[in-house]
Design a protein around this ligand. Sequence first.
Ligand SMILES: CCCC(=O)SCCNC(=O)CCNC(=O)[C@H](O)C(C)(C)COP(=O)(O)OP(=O)(O)OC[C@H]1O[C@@H](n2cnc3c(N)ncnc32)[C@H](O)[C@@H]1OP(=O)(O)O
Length: 300
Amino acid sequence: MAISLWKNVLQTTKERILQQRGVSLYNSAHGYEEEAIKKKLQQFAGGSITLSKEDDGIGILTLNNPKLMNAFTGTMMLELQERVSELENWKDGKGLIICGAGNTFCSGSDLNVVKAIANSQDGMNMCMFMQNTLTRLMRLPLISVALVQGKAFGGGAELTTACDFRLMAPGSEMRFVHKRMGLVPGWGGAARLVAIVGHRAALRLLSGATGVDPEMARRLGLSEETLESSDGSGALEEARAWLGRHTEGPASVVRAVKEVVAAGRELPLEAALRTEKDIFGRVWGGPANLEALARRAKHK
Ligand SMILES: CCCC(=O)SCCNC(=O)CCNC(=O)[C@H](O)C(C)(C)COP(=O)(O)OP(=O)(O)OC[C@H]1O[C@@H](n2cnc3c(N)ncnc32)[C@H](O)[C@@H]1OP(=O)(O)O
């Protein structure tokens, strides 16, 4: 009796932690030194991450470091964390598009940073910092799309996997180049890639450091659609229109849809079902539900 009660308490606590946005995977109990790595990353400045929150509830997060193919400097990693916090607090948000400046997505970590922190302690701290940030990004109650133009290499390819969907422009390429760098993904990209394409395809892509064009990405289920436009603003407009079809309706309902799917993806079945029940309770009899009933909505 006491054991089963204790098990229930543990389970509920685990569920609550998973549901709580903004809660990090790693803390000091895991040997993670957040302040130390933030201080270190601050030393590698350049580029920026901007966020524009549009009236239609779609946020546009742009990686700006076109001189280095939008590689992540240290300060960009710090800014990404800040932007994710901002998105966690954006209650009217429904969707998110992540894109890169200058018609290319992101070439991964800035190799100057990689070289400067090529020791175990800094590497582990950077890895935990980025996993914390990208896990929070993945768990946002927003439907997210990575708009891949040009190259998404290394950590750039990993970042795309933290989004719900990937849309690729003609001529673009994703490539997990880590093995060629004597590395494996460390920003959570391997675990997420397995969940997206399955373990055999993930192993092929990682072990071969294989370049994935839009057609191959579609076949693997890595990309939803190949856009028509390869030009920056045209591709963004197409991505907005695509996402707009999935974010139509009130924010409370769109966010609830993302939340039930995230629970189904991350939690064991019983916990996912309990979470679904709680979220259902939030929308049942809510304004959008009552309005649809009053309108006697038909779904033709
Ligand atoms: C856990 C995270 C692990 C990681 O992300 S490790 C980093 C993995 N990424 C890489 O190794 C990418 C290396 N870069 C490349 O392969 C090529 O630059 C790339 C992306 C295919 C683009 O090729 P091209 O279109 O021919 O352009 P390019 O080579 O002339 O590049 C333009 C300028 O950007 C620079 N650049 C590109 N990616 C970079 C990076 N990640 N860090 C630092 N600098 C980078 C490149 O060196 C070049 O600069 P410069 O004009 O030579 O001064």
